[in-house]
Design a protein around this ligand. Structure first.
Ligand SMILES: [Zn+2]
Length: 371
């Protein structure tokens, strides 16, 4: 069965919520309708005229891109310009376009995890941490015979994740009381009689971003007409998110060996390197244009920093901090996320009975070449 575009967008926003995006960014729906039915979606880095051409050719209903087509300073859709022509072509072909940009850079399982994974880094952590958003404590009062139903529903909706553990809940038995008033339709007891009922207090933890989904699942699984629950903001910090990653190579190598390693792993013809070292093991990465994270990479003890678009002066700054830098290009340090996204959406779709095909825009190439 085809799926409403809005459902696919919700799945994407589960890994890369809008609140992860930079203030200057423009993420989400770019062009088209979020209620479009989708049979096939193209996952691409950019939305160029060529990308749209390939989407039309492959009968795609949706383009999911990393780089936004429209930034907040767009004041007109002028079809004499490339962006105007792209927007016109998308509308004419009835293709919806959606972008996940800096929200996907910061997300767990986003651009930077894809890049760290491509370089086979181990013990990976976030290079530049930003707030992961608020965590909430949910405590719901459930009649004993329904605890498992409710537990399964809220954990299936994503509540109860702590580090590498899922389905984390706590239950304590007790006695609930209630007096059904006139007009009520109680699951247990009768209007006008005080009831004592064996209930459990079932607790779990969840990020605020999935609050609505978890509450909906809880209410659907709970037998009571009026469900008693507490939702409390916590001061605990959640899983850290943010730009860049830092981790260790499988083995120590020289800077020359590492340059070849990056070329091989990212499948690029050429990289630029500044600095020389014989014992490179700790590697910081940031997909795209990440040179502003040079100080963080040095501060966290990286031997080398891999990103795209490193300027002469930024490389000098790195060398002053005893950090080698490898410029592997904007495209090549980000393109690896497309397969990550395709896999995530395909698995999500399988679990939810979608019959949507997600395909990677494999014909897209880096706009730079080496001569
Ligand atoms: Zn980029």
């Amino acid at each position: 069965m085809s799926v409403n575009c809005h459902i696919i967008m919700q799945a994407l926003e589960e890994i890369a919520p809008f609140r992860f995006a930079a203030d200057w960014d423009n993420v989400g729906l770019m062009v088209g309708s979020s209620s479009k039915q989708v049979n096939r979606a193209l996952v691409s880095l950019d939305i160029t005229e060529q990308t749209v051409g390939r989407a039309i050719q492959q009968q795609c209903d949706l383009i999911i891109a990393h780089h936004p087509l429209i930034f907040p300073n767009l004041t007109s859709v002028n079809t004499d310009t490339a962006s105007g022509r792209i927007i016109k072509k998308l509308i004419q072909a009835d293709i919806t376009a959606y972008a996940l940009h800096t929200n996907l850079d910061a997300a767990i399982g986003g651009v930077n995890d894809a890049l760290a994974n491509q370089l086979e880094l181990r013990n990976v952590s976030v290079l530049s941490k930003q707030s992961a958003g608020h965590l909430l404590k949910l405590a719901v009062f459930v009649p004993t015979s329904y605890v498992e139903n409710v537990r399964q529903a809220i954990t299936a909706a994503g509540a109860g994740h702590i580090g590498n553990y899922s389905h984390c809940t706590f239950k304590v038995d007790g006695t609930g009381t209630f007096l059904p008033l006139e007009g009520s339709n109680p699951f247990i007891g009768n209007p006008g009689h005080l009831e004592y009922c064996n209930e459990c207090r079932l607790e779990t933890i969840l990020p605020e971003s999935i609050k609505d989904k978890v509450l909906a699942a809880m209410l659907a699984a709970h037998p009571y007409e009026e469900v008693a629950y507490d939702l409390v903001p916590l001061l605990n910090s959640g899983t850290p998110i943010g730009l860049g990653r830092i981790g260790n190579l499988p083995q120590v190598m020289s800077s020359t060996e590492f340059s070849r390693y990056v070329k091989d792993k990212l499948k690029v013809d050429c990289v630029k390197i500044a600095g020389q070292a014989n014992n490179i093991q700790r590697v910081a990465v940031c997909g795209g244009s990440g040179a502003s994270l040079i100080p963080q990479a040095a501060a966290l003890g990286a031997d080398v920093f891999v990103t795209g678009e490193i300027s002469y002066h930024q490389a000098q700054q790195a060398l002053d901090l005893k950090l080698c830098v490898v410029d592997a290009g904007h495209f090549s340090t980000e393109v690896c996320v497309l397969e990550y996204l395709r896999e995530y959406l395909s698995e999500f779709g399988q679990a939810h009975d979608w019959s949507v095909e997600f395909i990677v825009d494999s014909e897209a190439r880096d706009i730079f070449s080496f001569v």
